[in-house]
Design a protein around this ligand. Structure first.
Ligand SMILES: NC(=O)c1ccc[n+]([C@@H]2O[C@H](COP(=O)([O-])OP(=O)(O)OC[C@H]3O[C@@H](n4cnc5c(N)ncnc54)[C@H](OP(=O)(O)O)[C@@H]3O)[C@@H](O)[C@H]2O)c1
Length: 163
């Protein structure tokens, strides 16, 4: 199973505050949709809450929680990363997309092969973070997007691979 993290983080690795995103970047949202479409996505219970407890269409939604009785509205509840990998494997998927938030990135990073990192060019305050990448990781691709009337910040969409 190829475990891929998909994340948008500021220059200082902030990914959210008060269980919300800190930017609206339509081009990045389109990239996220295209990258995850048709694939299993794993998210933490808090991120699911931040989406209004609604599943993202066209993808197998896996919610990670220690709780047994949360309302998932059609998503599948899992209790460990291994559960998620097993479930995806059983359904013949070759890739698991880990879509946050901070706790789940931290948990999945040691098992990840690929990171699709949108680096949002701002230094901003928040309470959820993407872990700093160490020398195990190498940047393979990067595409720059300038700020404009619809994008408050410029950003790079980067592909990182484990060495
Ligand atoms: N910028 C981005 O790309 C991006 C992407 C996603 C989310 N976000 C942001 O990230 C923030 C949320 O991140 P977060 O770190 O607060 O929460 P989170 O990672 O979304 O969810 C945390 C929850 O996941 C469950 N969990 C964590 N580790 C577990 C384990 N080992 N086994 C079972 N369950 C486990 C727990 O649920 P229970 O408490 O139910 O047990 C925990 O409370 C929000 O601000 C959101 O907007 C940003």
């Amino acid at each position: 199973m190829n475990i891929t993290l998909v994340v948008a983080a500021s220059d200082n690795n902030v990914i959210g505050k008060d269980n919300q995103l800190l930017w609206h970047l339509p081009k990045d949202m389109r990239f996220f949709k295209n990258t995850t479409w048709g694939l299993p996505i794993l998210m933490g219970r808090k991120t699911f809450e931040s989406l209004g407890n609604k599943v993202l269409p066209g993808r197998l939604n896996l919610i990670l929680s220690n709780q047994k009785n949360i309302k998932t509205n059609g998503a599948t509840l899992v209790h460990s990363l291994q559960d998620a990998v097993n479930l995806a494997t059983k359904q013949d998927y070759k890739q698991l997309m880990v879509i946050g938030g901070g706790q789940i990135y931290e948990l999945a990073l040691p098992s990840a092969h690929t990171i699709m990192l949108t680096r949002v060019h701002t230094t901003i305050e928040g309470d959820a973070f993407f872990p700093a990448l160490n020398e195990d990781w190498v940047k393979k691709e990067s595409t720059f997007y300038n700020s404009d009337e619809k994008h408050s910040y410029s950003f790079d969409i980067e592909c990182w691979q484990r060495k």
